[in-house]
Design a protein around this ligand. Structure first.
Ligand SMILES: NC(=O)c1ccc[n+]([C@@H]2O[C@H](COP(=O)([O-])OP(=O)(O)OC[C@H]3O[C@@H](n4cnc5c(N)ncnc54)[C@H](OP(=O)(O)O)[C@@H]3O)[C@@H](O)[C@H]2O)c1
Length: 247
C-alpha cells in the first residue's frame, strides 16, 4: 500500500485529495492546523469506506516544530501501517490574504512566506529521508502566479517561488527516482481567503473559459491521478487545473 502525507488535509482541496487518494487504495496522513474536528471527519469518511487514515497537527509556518512532526509521522507509520517509510508528499496547506501592496505589513508578508514557501521547503527536507525512492512530491501553487490579480501580491509571489522550487526538487531528487510536480488551481469553491460571495464568484466565473468556478473534487482527483503509476512520466511540471482561467 502506498502512503501519502497531505498538509492541510482537513478542508478544501486537501480534504478532497485525501478522499480521492484513499479511493485509489492509498493510506493517508492528513494534517490540520486549527481544526482537528474537520480532520477527524476526513479520517472517518475514509475509514467508513474501508480505507486507513490518521490526522496529525502541523503548523506549516512553524519550522522549528518540524522535527517533532517528523517523529509523530514515524510513530503513526509504524502503528497504523507497520512500516517506517511513506511514498508521496502533498504540500497543500495554505491561506489567503487580500491586501494591496501598499498595505501589507511585514508580519503578514512573513506569515505567507513561511506557510507557502519556507514551510514546504523545510518540511520536504526533513521528511525526505522517510520517503521511498520512486516517491512523488506535489506542491500546491496557483494560477495567480501567471495572472496578476490585484490584492494577492505576496501570496502569488511565494506560489511562484514554490513553482520554481518544484523544478529544483525534481532536479535534485531525480537520482532517487522521486518526481516533483506542482498543481496550480484557478478559482475553486473553498473557504480560502474567506470563501466566495455571489459577486466574487460571478467575476471569477467570467474570467474562466468554462464559465464557472471549480469544485474541490476537480483538484483532488487530478492529484490522486498524478500520484498514481499511470502518471509516472510526468515530472517537473506546473500543471494549471483551472477550467481555462484568463486565456
Ligand atoms: N481555493 C482556490 O481557489 C485555490 C486556488 C489556488 C491555490 N489554492 C491553494 O490550495 C491550497 C489549499 O487551499 P484551500 O482552497 O483548500 O483552502 P481552505 O479550504 O481554506 O483549506 C486550507 C487548509 O490548509 C490548512 N492550513 C491553513 N493554514 C495552515 C498552516 N499555517 N499550517 C498548516 N495548515 C494550514 C487548513 O487547516 P485548518 O482547517 O486546520 O486550519 C486547511 O486544511 C492552498 O495552498 C491554496 O493557496 C487554492
Amino acid at each position: 500500500m502506498k502512503i501519502v502525507i497531505i498538509t492541510g488535509g482537513s478542508r478544501g482541496l486537501g480534504a478532497s485529495t485525501a478522499i480521492h487518494c484513499a479511493k485509489r487504495g492509498m493510506g493517508v496522513v492528513v494534517t490540520y492546523n486549527s481544526n482537528p474536528a474537520k480532520a477527524d471527519e476526513v479520517v472517518s469518511e475514509i475509514t467508513a469506506q474501508g480505507g486507513k487514515a490518521v490526522a496529525l497537527k502541523l503548523d506549516v509556518g512553524d519550522i522549528g516544530a518540524f522535527p517533532e512532526f517528523r517523529d509523530a509521522v514515524k510513530v503513526q507509520l509504524q502503528r497504523v501501517w507497520g512500516r517506517q517509510t511513506f511514498h508521496y508528499l502533498v504540500n497543500n496547506a495554505g491561506y489567503g490574504l487580500y491586501a494591496p501592496i501598499t498595505d501589507v505589513t511585514e508580519d503578514q508578508f512573513d506569515g505567507l512566506l513561511n506557510v507557502h514557501l519556507k514551510g514546504p521547503f523545510f518540511l520536504t527536507q526533513i521528511l525526505l529521508p522517510l520517503m521511498e525512492d520512486g516517491g512523488h512530491i506535489v506542491n500546491m501553487t496557483s494560477a495567480t502566479s501567471r495572472v496578476a490579480t490585484a490584492g494577492v501580491a505576496p501570496y502569488a509571489s511565494f506560489k511562484g517561488g514554490l513553482e520554481v522550487l518544484t523544478r529544483y526538487m525534481a532536479k535534485e531528487f531525480g537520482e532517487r527516482r522521486i518526481r516533483a510536480n506542482s498543481i496550480a488551481p484557478g478559482a475553486i469553491r473553498t473557504e480560502l481567503g474567506g470563501g466566495l460571495n455571489d459577486e466574487f464568484e460571478a467575476m471569477l466565473a467570467g474570467k474562466t473559459a468554462l464559465g464557472r468556478v471549480g469544485e474541490p473534487e476537480e483538484i483532488g482527483g487530478v492529484i490522486a491521478s498524478l500520484l498514481s503509476e499511470e502518471s509516472r512520466w510526468i515530472n517537473a511540471q506546473n500543471i494549471e487545473v483551472a477550467g481555462g482561467y484568463v486565456i
